[in-house]
Structure formats: C-alpha cells, structure tokens
Design a protein around this ligand. Structure first.
Ligand SMILES: *Cc1c(COP(=O)(O)O)cnc(C)c1O
Length: 227
C-alpha cells in the first residue's frame, strides 16, 4: 500500500500535469488536503511530507484536531462543511478560510465573531447543478450575495466553491465547471481580492483544473477511503 506521502506526491503530479495540459502555470493550483474523519496522525504524515493546507467538514471534530496540532503554527485550516449558526464562533476562532458560505446570517455572525486583527477568507458555495438537497446559492443569486459579503469588515471574499452533481456524464460535468468558470470571471472583474475557484475533488480534479480551478479539495486520493 502506498503511504500518505506517496499519494500526496502523485496528487501534486496530477495537478501540475493537468495545469500544464490546460496551458496554465504548473503552480497555479493549490491543493487542500481534506482530512475529515481521518486521525491527527494522518495529518502529521501529510504535514511532514510538506502539506500545509488542510480542510475539515465537521466543527467539533475539526476543533479537537486543531487543538491537538496547535504547535504546527503554519498549518492553514479551511472549513468546507455546512455551518450551523450555533457553531459560527468556533469556526471564526479556529479557521482562516471558510469555503461553504451560502447564507448572509452565517457570514454576518462569522464577521462579528472573528478577530478584528485578521481577516477571515471566504468562498461562496454555489449549487451549480440546482440539486434539491445540496447547499449553496443558485448561480443567479451569487452576484447580489457577493455584494453584501464584500461589505463585511472582517471578511475577505476570495471566490467561489462548488460540489457538482455526483455520477453524471462527462458532458454535464464539463457544463457545470464551465458555468463556474464564467461566474468566477464575472466576480473577479468586480472584486480585486477574488482569486480562488475552489473546485475539483479526488475524482474530477483534472477536469476542474482544465476549467480554471485554483484550489482542488482532495481527500480520498491522499488519505484513502473514509469509513
Ligand atoms: C469530503 C469533501 C471533499 C473531498 O472529497 P474526496 O472525493 O474524498 O476527494 C472535498 N470537498 C468537500 C466539500 C468535501 O466534503
């Protein structure tokens, strides 16, 4: 079996190659290692192999890992899961990025609870395939929403995130990524700090990069299947 370090290395190779294939600079795509449900020891292995950006989905689980790893000062923690309003304080205090913003009330609470000394980076989650049970804003709602987020003092709007429909055809997948790319370029033209298109996971990172992803969120391909 491959080690976490080996799988991380091959994920970076895939990313670089996909970027080059898309005529993009090889270092234009960041890798967020999604460590949800995985033990602290796995995160340490990835860290020792050079990984610094980690993503977590569940607040309670994440906070206990972050505390256990508090001596690893240069880890950048990204929250990528759904946020209940009673958990915003914990998220604001422990993370420097949140990818899953889709309600004004939540982002306002994060703004109020975040330290005024630093900024919380956020991405707006887009329900790009209009799935009934999926979080995220409709494509048509994003620009108005962004305008409100951009006004919050302790928040920096960095871009967009999506989780496209699972198990669809390659054509539909392309279509969803292309929609995101179009929306991202509109947003970028309006807000100078927008630089992040968080899209692509273990199974679709190559395609996402071809469509302009700047950050892929990779769990399974690095840490193995989740229980
Ligand atoms: C779990 C998760 C990932 C990682 O998915 P893999 O298929 O394991 O790479 C990425 N993004 C979000 C929002 C997730 O919840």
């Amino acid at each position: 079996m491959e080690t976490i370090a080996e799988r991380l290395k091959s994920a970076y190779q895939t990313i670089k190659q996909s970027a080059v294939d898309a005529h993009r600079p090889p270092n234009s795509v960041k890798l967020l290692a999604v460590s949800k449900t995985k033990p602290v020891s796995d995160i340490v292995q990835a860290y020792e192999a050079g990984q610094r950006l980690f993503g977590e989905n569940y607040v309670q689980e994440a906070v206990s890992k972050i505390q256990a790893l508090q001596d690893y000062h240069d880890i950048e923690w990204h929250f990528i899961g759904p946020i209940q309003s009673n958990k915003t304080k914990l998220v604001a205090e422990n993370f420097s990025w949140v990818h899953s913003i889709d309600r004004l009330k939540t982002v306002q609470r994060l703004n109020d609870q975040h330290s005024a000394h630093k900024t919380l980076n956020v991405c707006i989650q887009v329900n790009v395939d209009n799935e009934t049970n999926k979080a995220g804003l409709a494509v048509t709602e994003v620009l108005d929403f962004a305008q409100q987020v951009a006004q919050l003092r302790n928040i920096t709007l960095r871009g967009l995130m999506c989780i496209p429909k699972a198990n669809t055809s390659a054509e539909e997948q392309q279509q969803s990524f292309a929609t995101m790319a179009g929306l991202f370029s509109q947003l970028r033209a309006l807000y100078p700090e927008v630089d992040t298109l968080s899209m692509g996971m273990s199974d679709d990172m190559g395609l996402a990069i071809r469509h302009g992803s700047t950050m892929v969120r990779i769990g399974t391909a690095i840490f193995g299947h989740r229980a």
